[in-house]
Design a protein around this ligand. Structure first.
Ligand code: FES
Ligand code: FE2
Length: 410
């Protein structure tokens, strides 16, 4: 027997889990454009966001330009989330200082004429760009700013789809996991075994698909040009065979191929339809947000189409936060499993096994990214050349082989 009396709990691994500015992982994540809101969420009111332990305020001015400013007014600290959006900037509620989207203070109504111009006050700000209905900000060193990578799923040259920014409502994230460190949610993407246990054996089939059922499953892990993926192969009861790949793109993008696959129709490389980000709010919270390639028919969005992972259009009961506690105990889902690993999972207490290989590989690759920055190099997946920023190939898809397929037998 091992008594729990004075059971020693070591601290978490700050190198991989802490995202404050100045911390290694915080600096790594700041080297990439991070999605902070849907474009549609910026209307006449400002919007407060917390990301990587920083409080920021987004607003859209009269020209449609989006600003991302430090939340606390440079005068005496009132939050600009209570400011008034005006055609040429945002005006602080307390004494009316007004800032442009670039952060320049252009009005101090309580001061004498000419005072504001002489002071040359700038509210700290971050660069902003919008793409596909999402607002992205870059929080890293200005001289290191990369391009927003155009992965094949969302590439503007792609025909037959419309790229849409999507998430669940305010309190939730795609996947609905929220109150824990970002890494335990991210690593879950390359943990295929939990599909079989949590989402089937323990809680019953939570996806309504062939993915979580069955035996004779062959699971392996491999590195890709962009990160890590798992391969999951299994014969289906109907005689077809499923081959599934799901990928983590370093450092915090993930591609989950359709979890609702029913396996009835043979298909070759049915690619993941979303590029999703696990974005740390701080060290113990995250949100998920996605660019979804929504199919078009005759140039119009296909109505009733459902993205392959969980979004607002596609909610499963286990995703609801306010389920009765006993129901959560009887049928836990990702939220219960991941948030209960502790607010920040303690790596020193884990016993990683061969089935956790995907998790180990993600951590290894993240550490390589940290080492690259420490050596003054670019971390992985930094794109700077516009000529190369086209339809970057990703590697997450489902293939359904018919019974006669020779490949399926391999
Ligand atoms: S605190 Fe913002 S204008 Fe005074
Ligand atoms: Fe899951």
């Amino acid at each position: 027997m091992k008594s729990a009396y004075h059971h020693n709990i070591p601290s978490e691994d700050p190198e991989l889990t802490h995202v404050d500015k100045g911390k290694p992982m915080g600096e790594l994540l700041r080297r990439y454009w991070q999605p902070v809101a849907l474009s549609s969420e910026l209307a006449e009111l400002p919007r407060k966001v917390r990301i990587l332990c920083e409080d920021l305020v987004l607003f859209r001015d009269g020209d449609g330009k989006v600003g991302c400013l430090d939340a606390h007014c440079a005068h005496r600290g009132a939050s600009l989330e209570f400011g008034r959006v005006e055609p040429d900037g945002i005006r602080c509620c307390l004494h009316g200082w007004k800032y442009t989207t670039a952060g320049q203070c252009i009005d101090m109504p309580c001061e004498a004429e000419g005072f504001c111009a002489r002071q040359d006050v700038w509210q700290p700000s971050y660069p902003v760009q919008e793409f596909g209905g999402l607002v992205f900000i870059y929080m890293g060193p200005p001289e290191q700013m990369p391009l927003l990578p155009m992965y094949d799923i969302i590439d503007p040259s792609r025909t037959g789809v419309e790229v849409r920014g999507m998430r669940l409502w305010e309190d939730h994230s795609i996947g609905f996991v929220r109150d824990c460190n970002w890494l335990q949610h991210y690593e879950n993407v390359v943990d295929p075994w939990h599909l079989l246990i949590l989402h089937n054996m323990i809680s019953g089939d939570q996806f309504g698909s062939v993915i979580t059922e069955g035996e004779e499953i062959d699971i392996s892990f491999e590195t890709t040009d962009l990160g890590v993926r798992y391969r999951f192969v299994k014969p289906l009861p109907n005689g077809n065979t499923l081959e599934r790949y799901t990928e983590c793109i370093m450092p915090n993008i993930f591609l989950v191929s359709n979890i609702h696959e029913d396996g009835s129709v043979p298909k070759d490389k049915d690619k993941c339809t979303e590029v999703s980000w696990a974005v740390p709010v701080d060290n113990t919270h995250l949100y998920g947000i996605s660019l979804v390639a929504w199919p078009l028919e005759d140039g119009k969005p296909v109505e009733g189409w459902k993205p392959g992972t969980d979004t607002m259009t596609n909610i499963r009961p286990g995703n609801l936060r306010d389920r009765p506690y006993e129901e959560k105990q009887r049928k836990p889902d990702d939220m219960e499993a991941q948030e209960s690993q502790r607010p920040i999972v303690v790596h020193a207490l884990e016993r990683l096994t061969p089935s956790d290989k995907g998790v180990s590989m993600v951590r290894q690759q993240l550490r390589r990214g940290l080492a690259a920055i420490a050596a003054g190099e670019d971390p992985p997946n930094i794109v700077r050349d516009p000529g190369e920023n086209r339809a970057i190939p990703t590697s997450a898809w489902n293939t359904i082989y018919p019974p006669t397929s020779a490949e399926a037998a391999e």
